[in-house]
Design a protein around this ligand. Structure first.
Ligand code: PLP
Length: 433
């Protein structure tokens, strides 16, 4: 199916097609990134659970049983008291459980320990990030390119601060040296830097001494780092079961300018629960709870009572070991199949569950991520065009990057990945004829 020129340019520059009639008082809210992709797929017949479709677009981990993983939660019971509103910052006992979890896993033996005062719960990652964005002061904040698509709207909609992009070079493996980072922070007067670590879409991970240096840099330069650690247990570099968190390198939980965001969505493989947490100095927690009180009113109360068991460190470790073994196999499978089809890797995936793929060597008609995506829909496979990761809050930049790239998720089960790789093979074969 050919796409019209107008649609193509609208997609590139605005992230969505303008389709709705204008309604007085309502602005066009762009359907960016993955939401756009899923919407377009639905128009071609995709529905969740359709056996013929491979959803390698949305960043959803498989949610069923995995070899060696703890049993999945299949039943829940609700105490009548939980039918009521819960506290905006979350149930106190679960907040303490989250704090204990980080102390046990990342901060054993350290004098300064997290308590419930350093934890706020929210209804999923984007809600947590939105609360945070609503709490950012009037200042310059840094974000990276490429990074998670939702940051674009997130950083555009709260007008108090100025988002400043920091471009990661492919030649440098989408990594930034400490010296360059320091120059960016000092030179542009950044008071806060937001990043996903491990990175969606490149799969790069900052860990060990390098991560420690980042935390030290933030402390020395009065710059808050917000580490979005939603993929912190999808690591393929060390022993299965390892996790990465800047919590390991925080000296004083009350004064170090480090904020962490994570939740059940990816690392526990319960995206539908919509339960996340933010860790940081208690002043930050108070600010985001205030933001939550007008933005969303708090996370799902009944499910907070069920989440305790998932935060048992032993159980979480077992889940992490299972995840890293299983997802490593899936990563290798997808990487090998893509390479055999002539798709290059733009970045070696060391974490998360995405391949940041370069389509430049494919036939001209599918070299662009958006064309590859459209052709994929005809074969019932979903990918995400690379342009969506060119985080461009407020669309202040005209030029858009990553036209020849796309993101392929290996979150779904192996059968889906096989289906998806076969479908992509057909896309390429058809374009080659
Ligand atoms: C880097 C990153 N952070 C946060 C999230 C948000 O997760 P949630 O679905 O809980 O809003 C995602 C989801 O794709 C993500 O990729």
């Amino acid at each position: 199916m050919r796409i019209r020129q107008a649609e193509r340019s609208a997609t590139r520059s605005f992230g969505t097609r303008v389709t709705a009639e204008s309604i007085p008082g309502i602005r066009q809210v762009p359907r960016t990134g993955v939401i756009f992709v899923m919407h377009e797929a639905a128009k071609e017949g995709f529905v969740y659970g359709h056996p013929e479709w491979a959803n390698l677009g949305q960043g959803s981990p498989e949610t069923g049983d995995l070899p060696g993983a703890p049993p999945r939660i299949k039943e829940i019971s609700i105490e009548p008291a939980r039918h009521s509103y819960g506290p905006v910052e979350g149930a106190l006992d679960l907040r303490q459980k989250v704090a204990d979890f980080y102390n046990e896993v990342f901060r054993k033996g350290k004098k300064s320990q997290y308590t419930y005062k350093n934890v706020s719960l929210a209804g999923g990652g984007r809600t947590a990030l939105t609360r945070l964005a609503a709490s950012i002061d009037a200042c310059n904040i840094g974000h990276f390119i490429p990074d998670y698509t939702a940051y674009e709207e997130l950083l555009a909609n709260f007008r108090s601060f100025i988002p400043i992009p920091i471009l990661l070079d492919r030649e440098q493996g989408y990594r930034i040296s400490l010296e360059t980072l320091e120059k960016e922070i000092a030179g542009r007067g950044l008071r806060l830097v937001l990043l996903s670590n491990p990175c969606n879409p490149t799969g790069q991970v900052i860990q060990g001494q390098e991560l420690k240096s980042w935390v030290d840099l933030g402390r020395e330069n009065s710059c808050t780092f917000v580490f979005d650690e939603f993929y912190s247990r999808f690591l393929y570099t060390g022993e299965p079961g390892e996790a990465v968190s800047a919590a390991e390198f925080v000296e004083d939980v009350e004064t170090d300018p480090v904020v962490l965001v994570d939740g059940l969505t990816k690392n526990w493989r319960y995206p539908g629960w919509r339960l996340s947490w933010t860790l940081g100095p208690s002043k930050v927690i108070e600010a985001i709870a205030s933001a939550g009180s007008f933005l969303d009113g708090g996370a799902n109360n009944p499910l907070q009572a069920q989440a305790h068991i998932l935060l048992d460190p032993e159980r979480a470790k077992q889940e992490s070991v299972a995840i890293s073994k299983h997802f490593r196999l899936k990563r290798d499978f997808v990487v090998n199949r893509l390479k055999s089809m002539g798709v290059r890797l733009a970045s070696k995936p060391q974490g998360a569950f995405y391949v940041w793929a370069d389509l430049s060597d494919l036939p001209p008609s599918i070299r662009k991520g958006i064309d590859f995506f459209r052709a994929g829909l005809q074969e019932k496979v979903i990918t995400v065009p690379g342009v969506f990761f060119d985080v461009n809050p407020g669309r202040r930049r005209a030029h858009s990057r990553f036209a020849n790239l796309c993101r392929v998720s290996y979150g779904p089960p192996m059968e889906s990945l096989e289906l998806g790789m076969n479908a992509l093979q057909r896309v390429i074969e058809k374009a080659t004829q």
